[in-house]
Structure formats: C-alpha cells, structure tokens
Design a protein around this ligand. Structure first.
Ligand code: ASP
Length: 349
C-alpha cells in the first residue's frame, strides 16, 4: 500500500503541482496539457502503470477501448494486490468478496458485486453486459453465472499477506466507519470494522478504475476492487455501481472513482463528473467540483477521515483528476507519455 504513496515518476509539471500544494498554492487547473493523439488510457493508483501496459496491448494495435479496459484491469486482478482480486484483504468474517463493473461507448454496462472465488470479476461483469438482459448480478447468483460461463471457481483461501493482515486486524477489530453521517448513530452498531485512515496517516483504500479512449475516439471504462478491507459482510461500495464508481458517456467523457465508496455513492460521483464535463468544465475542474460536493455532504469532522478521488477524460482526450486529500496519483499512457501523475487535492493534508 505504501507504494502507492511513492510516486514512481513525476512529470515536471506534476512535481510542480506537489510543490504548489506544499507551499499552500492551489495548482492551476490547466497544469496538465491536453493529450493530443489517441489512444490514451488512465487508471488509479500505482497499480495503474502495469494495468495500463495491459490495456496498451489492445490500444497500441488499434483495438477497442472496451477490450483494453478489461484486459488492463485483469492485470491487477491477477496480481496479489492487497485490495483488488482474490489476493486482497477479506471482509471481517474472513472472506474475500469482489466488486467490478464495465461500461462501453454505447452505454452498455455490466456489473457484479459480492462475488466470491472468481479471479476476474470485471470479465464476469462484461459477460453480464453482453450475455444477459441485466446490468448487475450479485453474490451467489453472480458466482453461479460466472461458473456457467466457464470461469473457474478458485479455492477459498486467503493469500499469505491477506491472512497476516486479517490476523493482525482481528487483534483489535477496530470499527470506525467515517461515512456514517447521521448524528448519534453509534459506530459500534454493526460490530468491528477497519478504519479507513490508518494510524500512520495513510488511507486504507485501493481500487483500480480505468478509462480509455481508443484510436476511433471511443471511450470505455472499468472498475474492480475488493472494497474496504475488513468491511461488514455484504457491504458494497461505489465501485460496482454504474454512475458512482464508473460512468461513460461517449458524447462527453468518462470518469472513475476511488476512495470512500459510501461518499461517492451519495453524490452519484462519476456520473456527476461526466455531467459537469457536459456543461463545459474540463476534466480536472469537473473532478474538483464533484470533490467539493462530496465535502459539502460530509460532516466537517468526518471529512478529515475519508479520502475520495475522481479521475476523468473528456472527448478531446484531455485528462484530469482531483482528490479530497493529498496522496492520490494516477497512471497515464499515451503514445508519448507513460508515467504517474500526482493529483491536486482540496485540502493540503
Ligand atoms: N471505492 C472502493 C469502495 O468503497 C474502495 C477504494 O477505492 O479504495 O469499495
């Protein structure tokens, strides 16, 4: 997780953005240049670099953005990442449950949630989109569909890293759900839960969200996660919800979200960003406005406890991101760029 904070590469301008935040200046919204030339793919957090490479195997050959965003995040799902795929941290009962969705340029979309023992939830989401009249399948029904579609049922076993993290978590079984917005709603109502903000100040979040534009100028997106580590059994965040964790409108742009899912859902986050771009805002300005809306909906004392970030692309291939707090970065790959970029944020810490 801490690797996400170690940005592998900075563009000169990205570095300047960080400097600006440290010195208290807001970063100009035009800091990052328009990407000229398709294709382009962007994805959340450090794992995005490898995922973008996977996507590029499709995009670089002139392939379709939909195929690219599936193949790209498959890379992360297959890695033993703490927060994506079967190597991820379990829920508080010790089971890994996965959420994913995918959306194409025709507004076709598919989603799975609370899915267990399947290695590539995003690919199951694509099958839901392509082979059923529905958008979303959950739990045992999603698993049954996956098996019927030929996806192998993997062993129910935690990775060594997840087992160690779970054993450690069980020592205190801490419950601090910062998303609860209702006065006097006792945090312990629902039993133990993991804090989103770790004691070392890092955010206990990870998800891979990816959006891409292909050589035809068409947009698609995908999002896949294990959600919050040690979550309540059955909890879903924003990631599998079309309009919250992901939204694509091929006339306008595409957006994906990461961070505190409950607060992304509250404002229909990714859809909001796309609608703001429709009104003429740049991707970064749209992400920023949506983040401000998240902050307005959360009690001031809770806003320090959560992280939310949006990452967007518009129809011109211009990309942008914004987060509540520093520490969010995204990976970009185009014909002439392959690097991590540091997002600006609403707060300085
Ligand atoms: N958005 C994800 C969720 O709430 C978690 C994350 O991005 O870290 O499930």
């Amino acid at each position: 997780m801490s690797n996400r904070r170690k940005f592998l590469q900075f563009s000169l301008l990205g570095g300047m953005g960080l400097l600006a935040r440290k010195t208290g200046f807001a970063r100009s919204e035009e800091t990052f240049p328009t990407i000229t030339g398709k294709p382009v793919v962007i994805s959340t957090w450090d794992a995005g670099l490898a995922a973008n490479k996977g996507a590029w195997e499709v995009l670089g050959k002139g392939g379709r953005a939909l195929d690219a965003v599936e193949k790209g995040v498959n890379v992360t799902e297959a890695s033993q990442n703490c927060c994506v795929g079967l190597g991820a941290n379990p829920d508080r009962d010790g089971f890994v449950t996965l959420d994913a969705c995918i959306m194409d340029e025709f507004a076709n979309c598919g989603s799975v949630a609370f899915l267990e023992r399947i290695k590539h939830p995003v690919s199951v989401a694509r099958r839901v989109m392509e082979k059923t009249p529905h958008v979303m399948l959950v739990g045992s029904g999603a698993q049954q569909f996956a098996v019927a579609e030929g996806f192998p049922l993997e062993e129910q076993k935690l990775s060594p890293e997840a087992q160690a993290a779970y054993s450690n978590w069980l020592k205190n079984s801490t419950y601090h759900p910062p998303a609860i917005n209702v006065e006097n709603k006792a945090n312990h109502d629902h039993g133990p839960f993991a804090p989103y903000k770790l004691e070392n100040g890092e955010w206990n979040h990870d998800t891979i969200g990816m959006v891409a534009m292909d050589t035809f100028g068409n947009l698609s997106g995908s999002c896949t996660t294990s959600g919050a580590g040690f979550k309540m059994r059955g909890r879903l965040g924003d990631s599998p919800i079309i309009g919250a964790g992901l939204f694509v409108d091929n006339e306008v742009g595409a957006c994906t979200a990461t961070g505190q899912g409950e607060d992304v859902i509250r404002i229909a986050g990714s859809h909001t960003v796309v609608e703001l771009m429709r009104q003429g805002l740049s991707p970064e300005a749209a992400c920023k406005k949506a983040i401000e809306r998240v902050a307005r909906k959360v009690k001031p004392e809770r806003v320090k406890e959560i992280q939310v970030a949006f990452l967007a692309i518009n129809k011109k291939g211009k990309v942008g991101a914004w987060a509540l707090h520093p520490g969010f970065s995204y990976a970009i790959k185009s014909n002439d760029r392959e690097e991590m970029v540091t997002s600006g944020s609403m707060f300085n810490s």
